[in-house]
Write a protein that binds this ligand. Structure first.
Ligand code: URA
Length: 251
């Protein structure tokens, strides 16, 4: 009797742990492992099975939308930038976009308006998108960091670690075919490399199984208009991949 009660309590604890793990995975994504329990004599620390948290039968995937992620992180204070922002800049555009542009972090205008790429660099990005024969609402636009670093300083590693999981969740919902990483910082961070953007750009790399094209940041283009040609070359590689054709006079 006593033994049964012990087992019952142990099972209840396992169910409780699994439940909170599933909720965690629903919110933060990823594959997780279930470890066997200690049998009292030996603690088995090998995974006994793996569960993909995105299994359809569980209906988990269907519950997560961009809106639910946005709601969940609306009050985020995972790093110090949370207390300095005017607005969290989540991202905007087509939730089913084939193409996602990822920049570095919100600037002053973005922080003020709560929207990505709305300043001068953003206007140039809009023109690049339109030159592809698309509109902003056809693609999805977001940043690695959701909050503005003071004075537009470079994001710190701890801020990236805190914020990048949100980008992964967004991408998991959108499931784009191509990501265009805008600028040195986005490209190096997402690809976890120190290779300069001049060497990274022009070809696809892999980011969590998604094709990623690094190219120069629109803000860099404002200072170095001579590099627009290379960005246009990169954009054309993306267009070819996505089978986007611009009809004459359209762009
Ligand atoms: N620069 C970025 O990297 N992101 C923005 O949203 C605006 C400027």
């Amino acid at each position: 009797m006593e033994f049964n009660e012990e087992i019952r309590q142990e099972l209840a604890a396992i169910v409780e742990a699994l439940k909170s793990r599933v909720i965690h995975e629903r919110d933060y994504g990823g594959t997780y492992r279930v470890f066997s329990m200690s049998d009292g004599a030996t603690t088995v620390d090998q995974p006994v099975f793996e569960i993909d948290a995105k299994v359809d039968e569980a209906g988990i995937e269907d519950l997560t939308t961009l809106d639910t992620i946005h709601e969940k992180i609306a009050d985020c204070r995972k790093c110090g930038l949370g207390s300095m922002r005017t607005n969290l800049v989540f991202g905007e555009g087509n939730p089913h976009a084939d193409l996602v542009f990822v920049g570095e972090a919100p600037g002053e205008q973005e922080d003020r308006q709560g929207r990505p790429f709305v300043g001068r660099a953003g206007q140039l990005l809009t023109r690049i998108i339109e030159a592809m024969g698309l509109k902003r609402h056809d693609v999805y636009i977001c940043n690695i960091l959701k909050c503005r670093p003071p004075g537009n300083r470079n994001p710190k590693p701890a801020e990236i670690r805190a914020c990048e999981p949100f980008l992964l969740q967004q991408l998991d919902v959108i499931r784009p075919k191509v990501i265009c990483a805008l600028g040195t910082f986005a490209a190096k961070t997402l690809l976890d490399t120190d290779v300069p953007i001049s060497l990274l750009r022009g070809k696809f790399h892999a980011y969590h199984g998604i094709k990623l094209m690094p190219t120069y940041h629109p803000a860099y283009l404002l200072r170095n208009p001579g590099s627009k040609k290379q960005v246009w070359e990169d954009v054309q590689v993306i267009m070819k991949e996505l089978n986007i054709q611009v009809r004459p006079g359209e762009s």
